[in-house]
Design a protein around this ligand. Structure first.
Ligand code: PGA
Length: 244
């Protein structure tokens, strides 16, 4: 990774989260239409739900096909079966895969027994990566302090992240303590990156990511080392940016 050059991510601020999600959904849909064999990097969590809903709706209207698309998800919990309702595989099945014409064998999740970065390279690399951002600036499960050249690896979740994700499990005790996550280096290897952030809780992390020099203490700020990054925000997530 060349850290001599710092880029300014493009920033798009929409007035509300529905518009921000639909902007992101359109960016991806246009790219898939231009190249039906696209390889996507996909994210889980609350943020992308409306993006996936939009793609399902376009698919139902015969406007979007995933038949030639390959996907690599960012992360997966360790210790949950793939069919566990809170596994990220189950999330993706429920939100997207089950409702569109994607080939199951082209959908990938990291696991402890595979070299995920080699699998991504063998598939030709990720063309377009969708990201969310944690309130602590994490991207995927790359918590503050994650090295810029980190690859897919086992990671420990921070108390912040466990607390944030406990809403899906009903109690913090039930949230796995470890996960396997693409690294910062894995993410920066994508050809193009789109980060979607909505809601006031993300405002501080967003402003730190865009307004401070890149630093491992805010993993999303390291995206400034990539030449083709777009942050799509709603007004609340963009509320702490200079000029807002
Ligand atoms: P969220 O999570 O979309 O559920 O807010 C984003 C993240 O933690 O990366």
């Amino acid at each position: 990774m060349n850290t001599d050059v710092i880029y300014s991510p493009k920033v798009i601020v929409e007035s509300n989260s529905a518009d921000a999600s639909s902007r992101v959904a359109s960016m991806f849909a246009n790219s898939i239409q231009a190249n039906p064999q696209l390889t996507l990097g996909l994210a889980t969590g609350g943020t992308p739900v409306d993006v996936y809903r939009d793609w399902v709706s376009r698919h139902r209207q015969s406007q979007l096909s995933f038949a030639g698309v390959t996907t690599f998800n960012l992360d997966e919990y360790i210790g949950l079966d793939r069919d566990h309702p809170q596994s990220f595989r189950s999330f993706m099945e429920g939100q997207l895969f089950r409702h569109v014409d994607i080939d199951d064998s082209r959908t990938h999740f990291p696991s402890v027994d595979r070299d995920y970065d080699s699998a991504i390279r063998l598939a030709g690399g990720i063309d377009l990566q969708l990201l969310g951002i944690g309130t602590n600036g994490h991207i995927a499960f790359n918590e503050p302090g994650s090295p810029i050249d980190s690859l897919t690896r086992e990671v420990e979740l921070t108390p912040d992240t466990i607390a944030a994700n406990s809403r899906y499990f009903g109690a913090a005790d039930l949230v796995p303590r470890t996960a396997i996550s693409m690294g910062i280096g894995s993410i920066l290897a994508a050809r193009q990156i789109v980060l979607l952030a909505t809601g006031e809780s993300k405002a501080k992390a967003v402003s730190h990511s865009l307004g401070s020099p890149p630093c491992a203490s805010c993993p999303a700020s390291l995206l400034q080392y990539h030449p083709l990054v777009t942050f799509v925000l709603d007004a609340e997530a963009g509320s702490m940016l200079a000029g807002n």
